[in-house]
Design a protein around this ligand. Structure first.
Ligand SMILES: Cc1cc2nc3c(=O)[nH]c(=O)nc-3n(C[C@H](O)[C@H](O)[C@H](O)COP(=O)(O)O)c2cc1C
Ligand code: SF4
Length: 405
């Protein structure tokens, strides 16, 4: 959307004091969409309470290979995200906004450059930064590290960015979707936001759905939407489904029959040990092998370790080798148990949550594909590759709910 289209569709930004905005965000129940699901108002308050805040950083890294929502927002609705960032800067007293995207996100960068060049009324300057990519480059301490002139690798926390971030000062880091929602709540209020969703999980979320569905893409869906409707929104399954990967590569495999009974709601997802993470869903068809796909993904995640912490640097490759052996039918007795044990030993021992996410993914694969593990020991696997992405994902389709604005 151009600035004129954006103003026509969304209307002007009403003036809100910092306190009014933060209270409205709090009443809306908005939570961060970068994966950690952290209450946005709480983070805004934590940064606003500090002195000499340096910046609001829009974390447009989108390092999850199967996610396309942030690039979609930044390339198609840059003004909505920038409105949210500028409002957040006013709310926390930040003198500048920095939008960080991955170096190959050319479409986002081009749209952002165009958008920034026509925004004459912003109270703070907006700087665009294209940074090297890699799975851990989107972790918030890695983002700060890079902006401070270091490599795009996580640092040990605390201090967290809201305590000491960009330029060594308190910094607010938010995902683009979170900021787009901030801009909408600022305009239309928390009651409007709560028109969709459930009491516990208000609003809508952008979900990137891919795999064995007819129309993979980014969909805006109300929280509380049954998983069956979600798959239907993406054109329906192209074959009987074996499992769904919920939450991306830090997420959890769930048996298809179980997943289809759930709603897109925190309590439902938690009941089977998962969360929506950064809004990624991958449908795995019965013609594919979840074990082989998981082996490729864990191999990729092991390669993406920043190589700074022992348990992550040595543990993830060992787990990846063992899962690869299980997939190839070359495993020794006890390999599955060893994978689970190594996973629990690694958990919580890295500077960042990369190993935690990776071992959560693997543990779910060991449970959901237990039958395949046994079968692979005696039979050759003839499944077709599903090709879970381990590079970038292109935006193929985007549909919104058409909620009143
Ligand atoms: C390994 C790793 C990679 C991450 N990559 C991203 C990313 O690409 N984009 C993002 O917004 N958050 C990412 N996060 C989460 C950020 O650290 C941070 O929680 C988020 O940007 C905060 O924004 P939110 O509160 O609006 O969700 C990542 C976290 C980890 C552990
Ligand atoms: S836990 Fe892994 S990815 Fe995170 S900083 Fe340490 S080595 Fe890097």
């Amino acid at each position: 959307m151009t600035l004129a289209e954006h103003a026509r569709v969304h209307g002007d930004l009403p003036h809100r004091t910092a306190l009014e905005l933060i209270e409205s965000i709090e009443r809306s129940g908005l939570r961060g969409r970068g994966g950690a699901d952290f209450p946005t108002a709480r983070k805004l308050r934590a940064v606003a309470s500090r002195k000499r805040v340096s910046a609001v950083v829009v974390n447009g890294s989108e390092t999850e290979p199967a996610s396309a929502k942030d690039r979609l927002l930044l390339s198609r609705l840059p003004h909505l995200v920038l409105d949210g960032a500028v409002l957040a800067a006013e709310a926390v007293g930040a003198p500048e906004v920095i939008v960080k995207v991955g170096a190959t996100a050319g479409g986002s960068l081009q749209a952002l450059e165009g958008a920034v060049s026509v925004r004459a009324d912003d109270p703070v300057p907006i700087q665009l930064v294209a940074a090297p990519e890699g799975y851990v480059a989107g972790e918030e301490s890695a983002v700060v590290h890079y902006l401070n002139g270091g490599p795009e690798l996580p640092t040990f926390v605390p201090p967290r960015p809201f305590e000491r971030g960009y330029r060594g000062r308190p910094t607010l880091i938010q995902n683009p979707e979170t900021l787009a929602q901030v801009a909408l709540v600022a305009r239309f209020g928390e009651h409007w936001y709560r028109e969709l969703g459930t009491t516990a999980d208000p609003g809508s979320a952008l979900v990137t759905i891919s795999g064995a569905v007819a129309a993979p893409g980014v969909y805006e869906l109300a929280f509380g939407t049954p998983m069956t409707d979600l798959v239907d929104a993406a054109g329906g399954a192209t074959e009987p489904l074996r499992a769904l990967l919920v939450g991306g590569y830090f997420g959890t495999w769930v048996e298809a029959s179980e997943a289809m009974r759930l709603r897109l709601a925190r309590e439902d997802l938690r009941s089977v040990g998962c969360s929506l993470g950064s809004g990624v869903l991958i449908a795995l068809g019965e013609s594919a092998c979840g074990l082989h796909e998981s082996a490729r993904v864990i191999d990729y995640l092991a390669q993406q370790s920043a190589g700074q912490c022992g348990p992550c640097t040595y543990g993830l490759p060992a787990i990846a080798d063992a899962v690869g052996a299980l997939a190839d039918g070359a495993a020794r007795d006890g390999d599955r148990d060893r994978v689970l044990r190594w996973g629990s030993e690694i958990r919580g021992r890295g500077a960042c949550h990369h190993p935690d996410g990776a071992v959560r993914f693997v543990a779910s694969a060991m449970t959901v594909f237990a039958e395949e593990i046994e079968r692979h020991r005696s039979e050759r696997c003839t499944a077709l590759p599903a090709g879970l992405p381990v590079g970038g994902t292109t935006i193929r389709r985007a549909v919104a709910t058409g909620r009143r604005r």
